[in-house]
Design a protein around this ligand. Sequence first.
Ligand code: WQD
Length: 334
Amino acid sequence: MNVLLTGGLGYIGSHTAVVLSHLGNQITLYDNLSNSTEIVAKNIEKICGQKINFVKGDVRNTETLKHVLTSFKIDSVIHFAGSKSVAESVKEPIEYYDNNVQSTISLLCAMRLAQVKSLVFSSSATVYGDPLYLPFDEQHPTNPISPYGRSKLHIEEMLADVAASDSEWCIACLRYFNPVGAHDSGLIGENPKGIPSNLMPYIAQVASGLREVLNVFGNDYPTRDGTGVRDYVHVMDIADGHAAALTYLRKHPSWQSINLGTGQGYSVLEIIDAFEVASGKSIPFRVVPRRAGDIAEFYSSTIIAQRELKWKASRDLINMCASTWKFQTQLTKS
Ligand code: WQD
């Protein structure tokens, strides 16, 4: 299949490109380079051993997008492009609704003009908000507590309306929990610009000496050791989940939201311990007050993904940490 990945040079997009290419798909990456560089495209080609189509462009440019869809004879789209920081979205809600919601409307218009109606959307577990029960299953009420989470939920609801309006649309919304880790080669991984807001890249930078100490945001949560618990899932498992979703959509023209997680939660202290084992480095940390907007604990129910996508995460926590560390050491060398 010919697959277009918007935001294809980003963290999840680049790993999904590798998986889809290995499966024999023709990949076209569309990215405005706001949070990535063309080096990622070269590294994807190194890993895949074949040329990857890359088009620099913004998803909000409907005409350019429509031209790419038709000229590369695209069969399906995976929509990764968007902003993804909870904290940043609280400060800049207009940018988040413009870059996330508006760009998706532009994509849908371009797809309709090009008569391409198969779409996998990169959603997030933040659509659930505060847990009424755990694990989060897809029926849990959605009550996001940040503009970022609300932008993702608005998009999911838009996509449900589009699928209801025209039975030719096949749409899957994948709700990621906490993607971490890197491709085994160490050539691609999570490389945020500036100070990482997420735990794993921050720990990797402490381990490499780029940062002195990890701030643990609170140890007074009602969890087994007082620190935040999350469902960390290897980015290559997430990438496999996208390939499974494309296969699923070929047989199930519908709209469906599906969790991508492991079903297992780990605390911040457990992540620190695992990273020290995987890297052989000690991670100095200090406990500081809680971060605004953080939830104590959440993790996923994976029943729907297993039943509908025939997908289950397979990579363990040590692999998540070891692959992160290998990527970080390659970054530091380059
Ligand atoms: C994990 C845990 C923090 C940094 C966010 C987005 C979510 C998804 C993943 C896209 C929490 C603690 C963190 C640090 C810390 N992204 N922490 N010190 O907030 O669960 O989810 O990223 O879909 O949408 O919301 O991830 O990695 O920021 O935090 O103690 O320096 O680590 O309090 O308990 P989060 P995170």
